[in-house]
Design a protein around this ligand. Sequence first.
Ligand code: AMP
Length: 545
Amino acid sequence: MLGLMQDWPLLCTKVIDHAAEHHGGREVVSRSVEGPIHRTTYRDVRRRSLRLAKRLQRDGVKRGARIATLAWNTWRHLECWYGILGAGAVYHTLNPRLFPDQIAWIMNDAEDEIVFADLTFLPILEAIAPRVSSLRRVVVLTDAAHLPLNTLDAVPYEEWLAEADEDFAWVPAEERDAAGMCYTSGTTGMPKGVVYSHRSNVLHSMIAVQPDAMNISARDRVMPVVPLFHANGWGIAFSCPMVGAAMIMPGPKMDGASIHELLTSERVSFSAAVPTVWMMLLQHLQATGGAVPDLKRVVIGGAACPRVVCEAFEKRYGVEVVHAWGMTELSPLGTLNVPTADWEGLDDEALYRLKEKQGRVPFGVEMKVTDDQGHDLPRDGRSFGRLKVRGPAVSSAYHKGAGAEAFEADGWFDTGDVAHIDASGTMQITDRAKDVIKSGGEWISTIELENLAVGHPDVTEAAVIGVPHPKWDERPLLVVVPREGASLTRQAMLDYLSGRVARWWMPDDVVFVEAIPHTATGKIQKMELRKSFADYRLPSADPVA
Ligand code: AMP
């Protein structure tokens, strides 16, 4: 017997239709690339997205075509997403922080036909466009007055858009059709294309807005600092219109002062970003004595959130921190660390140790940890192994069948992360599988050591890598960027860690550097770091020592 309920397809276009119809006047505020603050509403975003879809059709864009964006978070970028998917095509966000060669490779792999680019990124496109054989048009997200001379035959967005009207119906789509695309950062091997469907995006947003997830409502003013080009923009481009939350888009300026200015002038209540952005904001607040009176909650993910960041937000500024874990392949939310009734009465120490974990899965994500042979590990908060997930917003394959080994026959996706899960279902990431340190057959978590190290007031950033050791195979080396003007010593650093970690986890050495290399999504580039310390010998590995 079949259920007698309507087959209401889960389409992303329904999200913007709903927002325009029921939250039509809600604002989308952006810091434009040209400079001034720009204000619009969901009603107008939908109108212009309809135009955009119609205009794309005139350009010959067919269902399933990949249309790229190389852009900051602004209202125009949002219109591009809805206009592209509303034309039956696939929005493909490009990460401008990648090397131009990588961007060209990705565009060719995706076979992008058109690219919408911010002014900022014209030089990148001028360098690579001749090598992207599928590319037939460049639209620059500005007006004719701001468009500089270029070698791309580029057209200005505003005038191009004005050539169509909004008398258009979204191109009919199936909920399983592709809606969007985003490549993994490619720290191992070539980047791989993740392809979101309308259905996965809608379900992901319904999951994301729940109180025990991101908890976004029509009463919120949300600032996605996380770029739309990073891991599907954490789904925020769908979650906010779905519930009618206002969006405050930071555009190209993501330094502490600019973020602070918008947080206060636009009375932002909720924001999401990676830890480095929040560290910059906290440094700015501390240096200027500033405050964030309207900000209630921040979601921090993309990399482990150090305890100092969490404590500073909560204790100094009264902002609740939700630590989250996810990845491009998960649309991207995997777990969120929100309080449960069991947290009541915990002392400070227990509470903040708990908050360092990445949290529990919402309904819609299944998760387990296995050993290398694929046997499930107990949920005891200690046994760590390979973290695997499945769900309706989790990838089932990469574009063109790349990286097939990550997808297991029974539907589990191997995340490449190493983690443990405790009896309450709370997960903690200990490492990327390729970064974990194996010392004498036991594993040492580099993330835990890094989190502790950045707790030292004289440390700006820290990374831990394994270096070869004749007796133990590998031992941890702590690489530290000291705070400017600080006179931090190796011994002071070791003394600070001593007693805070198991003795055998203690780094064998500490080195000070000016900077630590990062990937295009702001993660520490351990592979590069290991390369630069390839000839390094630990004092403990020296037979004379
Ligand atoms: P991306 O697909 O670029 O978002 O990268 C996903 C990867 O970032 C994950 O597989 C993790 O290794 C890492 N990651 C994301 N969130 C966290 C977190 N809260 N703590 C530790 N690592 C994280």
